[in-house]
Design a protein around this ligand. Structure first.
Ligand code: TYD
Ligand code: MG
Length: 460
């Protein structure tokens, strides 16, 4: 029976504040009284103005030189799941708040239950579930063959009770599954609304900082908007990880989007098996589809995800359009495709006006880096001409609006990884040309789009 002090005593009033301009209103309104935007008012807890005006205060903060402050490398709590630790930048940090987002059913609860079970042998952990009952979680633990006798569970959705328990029990690591199911007494909005999600995350973050408890929040990403997406939390938490992957394939990627304690874009790669998520140590060849022979419209690129290069096959299908030509991408940016088609037309004279163009990154991987440009262009030209690109070819490079090919970071590493996997030719930006030749790899360095297209034609 611990009472969590701050706000549980009296119900404070809520106000409505605009997410665009910050204006407040005592009632909800459809239109913001400040900036006249529609549907931007969200409920939040009214803070009473307290204390003194600053003019009457003596300076309170003792100022220090940065050099006086002892900064030791943050200690880490490794979860024991190597790929998860990699995405986290080496492990959990005491007092750190991690948000794990992803589509429903992608494996968030599975991964966290596995991680907590491993952690529970060494430290005190608590799993707070607002979605599944204790029985369901116990059943999953049994199916996964986890040793969970030290894993403590709490089925609860009331924020104040969760805070009180965390403060009383002081676990080292707590998982909240999920943030969208929590609700605070202080707000009248429904669980999952922007106001509730933000308030609950802010309170949990405050507690984490005060007590040093590591808090892991699970957040669902939904497109319908019924539940507030975890995007509103990104600035509150220390680390944001997102699950990616095609729910139809067994591979799952956990990518760091923001990390105050490590590198971003670091990637953990898992396979979903009947015994839960298993790390994939050597994932570089995972996203190549296994063709018996070379096919038109397929181009392999090397993408650099965090500290590790991955080979990903880009597939394009160009087909004559009926009516409005469609441009569709899966795993790549749609806007960028439109831009690349314009560059292809203007600088290489290749026209797709009357064609549908579909581009796909194999295996459900999402590629955000512009180094994919050249591979997208070459897969499109290959599909358009219905002619396979030369075999054992890899490609990377960013394409500019002027038709120039710009370098990609860490070109050497990309080339070495491709050579290791048996690729023998690479079309790359001139600026990435390796100083020393790479054994078994013929490097074709190009400066412009038209040059790349012409050089490919020569090899054919
Ligand atoms: P879950 O972790 O419950 O997803 P989330 O918490 O992100 O909503 O994962 C659910 C999916 O994973 C479900 O469709 C079944 C599959 N799964 C396996 O294939 N193997 C397993 O061992 C487990 C536990 C789940
Ligand atoms: Mg779940």
């Amino acid at each position: 029976s611990v009472v969590y002090p701050p706000r549980i005593m009296a119900k404070s009033k809520s106000i409505y504040s605009c997410t665009e301009c910050g204006a407040t209103s005592p009632k909800w309104q459809g239109q913001c009284p400040g900036c006249a935007e529609w549907n931007t008012l969200v409920e939040s807890v009214a803070e009473k103005a307290t204390g003194h005006r600053y003019e009457s205060l003596a300076p309170v903060a003792r100022l220090r030189n940065l050099s006086e402050i002892e900064a030791s490398e943050t200690e880490r709590i490794p979860t024991g799941i190597a790929e998860f630790d990699r995405a986290l930048g080496g492990g959990l940090v005491p007092g750190g708040v991690v948000l794990i987002g992803g589509d429903p059913g992608i494996g968030k609860s599975t991964l966290l239950q596995q991680a907590l079970s491993l952690l529970s042998s060494a430290c005190k952990v608590l799993y707070v579930s607002g979605e599944e009952s204790g029985e369901q979680i116990a059943l999953r633990a049994r199916r996964l063959g986890l040793d969970s006798h030290a894993l403590q569970l709490m089925a609860e959705i009331n924020l104040e009770r969760i805070l009180a328990t965390l403060q009383g029990e002081k676990p080292q690591v707590a998982v909240i599954d999920s943030i969208q199911t929590l609700w605070s007494d202080q707000l009248s909005s429904a669980p999952g609304s922007v106001a509730q999600v933000r308030e609950c995350a802010a309170q949990l973050t405050r507690l984490a900082k005060q007590t040093g408890i590591t808090v892991i929040l699970v957040g669902h990403v939904t497109k319908e908007g019924a539940l507030a997406g975890p995007r509103v939390l990104e600035h509150i938490v220390d680390t944001v990880l997102y699950f990616e992957g095609d729910t139809h394939s067994s591979f799952r990627l956990v990518r760091a989007f923001k990390n105050r304690f490590g590198a971003v874009n670091e990637l953990g790669v898992f396979a979903m098996t009947d015994k839960g998520l298993k790390g994939v140590n050597n994932p570089s060849a995972l996203f190549l589809s296994q063709h018996g022979q070379d096919v038109a419209g397929s181009c392999v690129m090397v993408t650099q995800e965090g500290t590790r290069p991955l080979l990903v096959e880009i597939q394009a299908l160009v087909d004559s359009a009926h009516g409005n030509p469609r441009r569709l991408t899966v795993g790549l940016e749609a806007q960028r495709l439109a831009m690349l088609l314009a560059v292809l037309h203007r600088h290489a004279g290749i026209v797709c006006f009357d064609q549908d163009v579909f581009v796909n990154a194999v295996g459900g991987v999402k590629i955000t880096e512009p180094a994919a440009d050249l591979a997208v262009l070459l897969s499109i030209t290959s599909s358009l001409k219905n002619k396979a690109l030369p075999s054992k070819l890899v490609v990377f490079g960013e394409v500019g609006l002027a038709g120039e090919i710009r370098p990609a970071p860490r070109g050497q590493e990309r080339l070495k990884e491709a050579a290791k996997l048996g690729f023998t030719r690479a079309v790359i930006p001139e600026a990435n040309r390796p100083k020393q030749p790479i054994a078994g790899m013929e490097v074709i360095a190009v400066k412009r789009v038209e040059e790349a297209v012409a050089r490919i034609r020569e090899i054919e």
